[in-house]
Design a protein around this ligand. Structure first.
Ligand SMILES: [Zn+2]
Length: 324
């Protein structure tokens, strides 16, 4: 397994009216890629810096130029996006995950891939190290600029907003983090499922109420997104009042995590979106945590019911005794 620290710099449209809207609402077009490959011990093995020539936002935005130090010449001399992707993928190897600083780079990468009608299935699981840092070092859940994080860790020599420099700094931060722990607990640290689903389907069926929806969803097998088999939900526990988690097993043997998002349509019928996820270690921990909490809530509910019945019985007994 390779760990690829990825950092991107992107150009912006010259003015609002120049924003590309289709096939994606393109907030930025990638102009520089920095990547650092780490081995399984998170030691730096190799580095890559690529300039990318933008196709849509060709004129270098003044703000981007000021922040990154890139010039119009740099943009012109960049690789076409598809060539840059080829090089990046070769650099990453076959089996890898992405590490980033902050949540923005991977959505930007995905948008740019879609912009060029290119495959995005190769983009693997991502861990935002800001989440690790906030939890393990800063002990407060907010975002930290890379520069501030480096300073807090006493790591000097920092030049922000060159893609490779940023990736390199992020790689250095890894040395201060408990990476195994962070990756294992990632979904629960981030407070939600952060990986991309294998499949996401908006179901057409409408239910009269939420109870009916949950019962039907739990009892209805559906096509497995990974093979010719079908998936049968085995459990149904709430993540919150609108999201429900289920472990489902495929008739071919594999197990998946399924999440149903429930919502009411304008006619007040209940509808659901279904997402199927590969069960990573982080998702397993996430699910077990939610399951434990749900079991505990149920247990307390049962106890309260029991206590209520006991009290009623005692009151009735006292009333009978008083009569006698
Ligand atoms: Zn299957």
């Amino acid at each position: 397994m390779n760990y690829i620290v990825l950092d991107l710099e992107w150009n912006q449209p010259a003015w609002r009216g120049a924003m590309v809207e289709k096939p994606v609402h393109l907030v930025g077009e990638i102009v520089q890629i920095g990547a650092v490959r780490l081995n399984k011990k998170f030691r730096i093995k190799k580095e890559l810096r690529l300039g990318v020539a933008p196709k849509f936002y060709k004129k270098l935005h003044r703000k981007v130029s000021r922040i990154t130090g890139l010039t119009a010449e740099d943009l012109k001399n960049g690789l076409p996006f598809d060539k840059a992707m080829k090089k990046l993928r070769r650099f990453c190897g076959k089996n890898f995950v992405f590490l980033t600083w902050g949540p923005d780079d991977i959505p930007m990468l995905l948008d740019n891939l879609r912009l060029h009608a290119m495959d995005d299935k190769w983009v693997p699981e991502v861990f935002d190290l800001q989440v690790f840092f906030a939890h393990q070092i800063a002990k407060q859940s907010r975002q930290f600029a890379l520069e501030d994080a480096m300073e807090m860790l006493g790591e000097g020599e920092f030049r922000a907003h060159d893609a490779l420099e940023d990736a390199h700094s992020t790689a250095i931060i890894c040395r201060h983090l408990n990476m195994e722990e962070g990756m294992k607990n990632y979904a629960s640290l981030a407070g939600d499922i952060t990986s991309r689903p294998l499949a996401s389907t908006e179901l057409r069926i409408r239910y009269r109420d939420k109870g009916e929806a949950l019962k039907e969803l739990r009892e209805t097998p559906f096509d497995c997104p990974a093979c010719d088999g079908f998936l049968t939900p085995e459990t149904m526990i709430p993540q919150n009042p609108h999201k429900y988690l289920s472990l489902a097993s495929c008739s071919a043997g594999e197990r998946y995590l399924v999440r149903f998002k429930l919502y009411q349509d304008p006619e007040h019928f209940w509808r659901a979106t279904r997402e199927v996820y590969t069960i990573t270690e982080a998702l397993r921990v996430f699910y077990e945590e939610k399951d434990k909490r749900y079991t505990e809530i149920k247990r307390k509910e049962r106890e309260r019911e029991k206590e209520k019945r006991r009290r009623k019985k005692r009151a009735a007994a006292a009333a009978t005794a008083a009569k006698d």
